[in-house]
Design a protein around this ligand. Structure first.
Ligand SMILES: Nc1ncnc2c1ncn2[C@@H]1O[C@H](COP(=O)(O)OP(=O)(O)OP(=O)(O)O)[C@@H](O)[C@H]1O
Ligand SMILES: [Mg+2]
Length: 272
């Protein structure tokens, strides 16, 4: 690709005790793309998200977002620059309505942390109304306008996921990191999510997606990175990754091997 990457990760290394969760991984994320990160359980996918979002600091390596070194920034600082994530486990504020949950995202937008939020002068009624309207727009986007005033935790799991999603969008990410957003969703909900991610991308938001649902990944990703045991083992388009012998052997297993003959288009892994 000719365009400059929105995010560059170089030589990322992260160990926990004796476990090398991420082992010298390099990758780029280009503006406007949907990049998926796949691999077996424990491959290091969430750790990559933690390193990119500032949740963890790498032992080695660096992350550059929009030309700026974000390697050692705190999560709130990274979020204020436009890198916003969801977590693998649902994160919903209890005792708040769906709308209030999304309003938290509106409050966080552009704020560099607790101090900035704490120092914010009490909002005027007009500001409050503006924020409610904004939050409502995001709830409408995820199809939950009718549930806005219900306690968020009273909603079915799939709808709670959508509330979380709307809250994340309300922070106005430039780069959105989604950690297994389809986990626990019904097939219909996963298809809805699929359409939603495509719409988000159409709005100019770049998406970095960890997902085990291969229908979702293969359907929407422009490119895919495959990890195993902390290392990147392949990278390419969905078609390239699906026909990559190392991927078939390591991850996708017999299911695809039967359907597809390994082709000549097997991609060599860069820097492997
Ligand atoms: N905070 C932590 N403390 C100790 N070990 C950790 C920690 N986070 C991750 N690990 C270990 O690092 C490895 C990679 O974990 P990670 O959560 O990144 O995998 P993953 O690819 O997201 O897996 P899954 O698909 O199950 O979510 C695993 O062996 C895991 O046990
Ligand atoms: Mg994970």
């Amino acid at each position: 690709m000719d365009t400059e990457p929105l995010l560059r990760a170089r030589g990322l290394l992260k160990s926990f005790g004796g476990v090398v969760a991420v082992n010298l991984v390099d990758f780029d994320i280009f503006p406007g793309e949907i990049l998926a990160l796949i691999g077996p359980n424990g491959a290091g996918k969430t750790t990559i998200f933690n390193l990119v979002s500032g949740t963890h600091r790498p032992d080695r390596g660096m992350v550059l977002f929009d030309g700026r070194d974000t390697t050692h920034l705190r999560p709130s600082q990274v979020a204020a620059l436009g890198v916003v994530r969801t977590f693998q486990n649902l994160q919903i504020f209890q005792n708040m309505t769906a709308l209030e949950n999304v309003m938290v995202g509106c409050h966080l937008q552009g704020k560099a942390g607790f101090l900035a939020t704490a120092l914010r002068l009490p909002g005027t009624a007009a500001e409050e109304t503006h924020m409610r309207n904004e939050a409502m727009k995001y709830l409408e986007l995820v199809g939950l306008a009718d549930q806005a005033h219900l306690p968020a935790t009273s909603l079915p799991f799939g709808q709670q996921r959508m509330v979380e999603f709307a809250r994340t969008l309300a922070v106005r990410p430039q780069l959105l990191l989604l950690d297994e957003p389809a986990a626990g969703l019904t097939r219909v909900e996963a298809e809805e999510l699929d359409r939603l991610i495509c719409r988000i991308r159409e709005q100019g938001i770049t998406v970095f997606l960890v997902e085990h649902d291969m229908n979702l990944v293969m359907g929407i990703a422009d490119r895919i990175i495959v990890m195993q045991y902390g290392a990147k083992i392949a990278e390419g388009t969905p078609a390239e990754v699906q026909s990559n012998a190392a991927v078939i052997q390591a991850y996708l297993g017999a299911e695809w091997q039967e359907e597809r003959q390994p082709s000549d288009s097997i991609m060599e892994v860069e820097n492997a």
